[in-house]
Write a protein that binds this ligand. Structure first.
Ligand SMILES: C[S@@+](CC[C@H](N)C(=O)[O-])C[C@H]1O[C@@H](n2cnc3c(N)ncnc32)[C@H](O)[C@@H]1O
Length: 355
C-alpha cells in the first residue's frame, strides 16, 4: 500500500517535470542530498535558506532553484538507484555503487532476472536490483531486524518498487528462504526460482545451506557473498564447496580517483635554452649567480615580468594557457578509499541427466 495522497514516483520511469507527490532528491551539496516528497505548502529548510515546495511543482528536473530569500540554491534531481544510494537514510552499512554495479555485471543481472537478497539493511542494493531486473524480474529480500524490516517495507512501497520487490521478515540462517510466493511473484510453480543470490549478512556460510530449494533448477545460478573480513571469506568458501557451488573466486573492488589535467609540452628549444643557461652559470661561477639574483630582485621591485621558465622558477602559467601547447594527462591517487568488503562469487550449474 502506498502512502495516501501521494503519487508514488517510480524508479523505473523518468519524467521531465516535478509534480506534487514526487520524490525529489534536493542536491544541496555533494555530501548533502535530501530526499523530499513534494507537498503543497511545505518548506525545505537548509543551511542555504528555505525552499518552497510550491515553487518546485511544475519545475523541470535538474533545475537550479534559488532560495525563498534569493540567496543560496539547490538542484532538483530525479531519483535513480545510484542517487538513492548516496542520499538514503542509513540504518546499516550499505553497498555502494562501485560494488553493486560490479556484482550485477558478474552475476549477469538483467531485465527479467529473479534475485534473492539478504539482509535488506538500508535497502541500498535492493533499489539497484529492483531497477536492473525491471518489471519482468523479481527481487526477494529478507531482513530479520523488525524495525529495519518495517522501514524498508515502507520505503519499498512508497517508492513503487513493490511492483517487483517482495520483502520478508525472516532470519534466513535459522528459517531459510522458502516463503508463500505471492501470485504475481512466482513464475508458474509457486517457487522463488532465483538465478541470482546476494548475501550481505554476518554468517553467509550458514545461509548458503538453505538455498537449495529456492534456486532455479534449470538455470546457471550465481551467488555473491559480501564479507568485510578474510576469516568470513574462508568459511564462506568452505560452505560453497560443501553445497556444490563451483568457479569460486574472491574479488576486492578498490576505487581510486583519477585526476585529469594538462601538462605543458616542452619544446626541444626550451631544453637547449635551459642547458645553455646551466652551462653559462657554471662558466660564470657563484659571483655571477649572486648578480643574477640581484638583477631578479631589482626587476621584481620595478614590476618587470620574470618570464616563463618551463623547468622551474619563473612566471606562473595558468594550466591550459593558449600561448603554450599542452597534452592531457592523468594521475591516480595512491590512497584507496573504497575497500568495503571482499566479494566471493560462485556458480551452480544444473545437473543435466542424459535421457
Ligand atoms: C550490512 S546490512 C545490509 C545492507 C544492504 N546490503 C544495503 O545495501 O543497504 C546487513 C543486514 O542484514 C541483516 N541480517 C543479519 N543477519 C540476518 C539473517 N540471518 N537473516 C536476515 N537478515 C539478517 C541485518 O539486520 C542488517 O540489516
Amino acid at each position: 500500500m502506498r502512502s495516501q495522497n501521494l503519487i508514488a514516483m517510480s524508479f523505473f520511469e523518468y519524467k521531465d517535470i516535478v509534480e506534487e507527490g514526487d520524490l525529489v532528491l534536493a542536491f544541496i551539496s555533494r555530501n548533502d542530498i535530501k530526499p523530499i516528497r513534494v507537498t503543497k505548502n511545505a518548506i525545505l529548510n537548509t543551511r542555504y535558506g528555505n525552499f518552497l515546495h510550491n515553487d518546485m511543482i511544475g519545475s523541470p528536473y535538474g533545475k537550479q532553484m534559488a532560495g525563498a530569500k534569493g540567496y543560496g540554491f539547490i538542484h532538483l534531481l530525479h531519483p535513480t538507484a545510484e542517487m538513492w544510494t548516496i542520499s538514503l537514510p542509513h540504518r546499516t552499512q550499505i553497498v555502494y555503487t562501485h560494488d553493486s554495479s560490479y556484482i550485477m555485471q558478474r552475476l549477469n543481472v538483467v531485465n527479467g532476472s529473479r534475485v534473492i537478497e539478504a539482509g535488506t539493511g538500508s535497502g541500498s542494493f535492493t533499489h539497484s536490483f529492483s531497477r536492473s531486473v525491471g518489471l519482468k524480474g523479481r527481487v526477494f529480500t529478507y531482513e530479520f531486524h523488525e524495525p529495519r524490516y518495517l522501514e524498508a517495507k515502507r520505503e519499498i512501497e512508497d517508492h513503487g518498487i513493490d511492483v517487483n520487490t517482495f520483502i520478508t521478515h525472516r532470519d534466513v540462517c535459522q528459517d531459510g528462504f522458502e516463503i508463500q510466493v505471492p501470485e504475481n511473484f512466482h513464475n508458474g510453480d509457486n517457487k522463488i526460482n532465483a538465478q541470482v543470490i546476494f548475501l550481505d549478512l554476518p554468517s553467509p556460510w550458514i545461509a548458503i545451506n538453505n538455498l537449495n530449494n529456492v534456486i532455479d533448477p534449470q538455470m546457471k545460478v550465481g551467488i555473491c557473498c559480501f564479507s568485510p573480513c578474510i576469516e568470513q571469506v574462508h568459511k564462506t568458501v568452505e560452505s560453497l564447496q560443501e553445497n556444490g557451488w563451483v568457479d569460486i573466486e574472491m574479488v576486492e573492488c578498490r576505487g581510486k580517483r583519477w585526476e585529469a589535467r594538462k601538462e605543458m609540452v616542452r619544446d626541444v628549444n626550451d631544453v637547449i635554452k635551459r642547458l645553455k643557461d646551466i652551462q653559462s652559470r657554471r662558466d660564470h661561477g657563484i659571483e655571477s649567480r649572486k648578480r643574477v639574483k640581484l638583477e631578479q630582485q631589482e626587476d621584481k621591485e620595478a614590476g618587470v615580468p620574470r618570464g616563463f621558465n618551463p623547468f622551474g622558477k619563473g612566471e606562473r602559467v595558468k594550466e591550459g594557457d593558449i600561448n603554450y601547447s599542452w597534452k592531457d594527462v592523468t594521475k591516480i591517487e595512491s590512497e584507496i578509499k573504497t575497500h568495503t568488503s571482499y566479494l566471493t562469487f560462485a556458480f551452480k550449474v544444473p545437473l543435466i541427466i542424459p535421457e
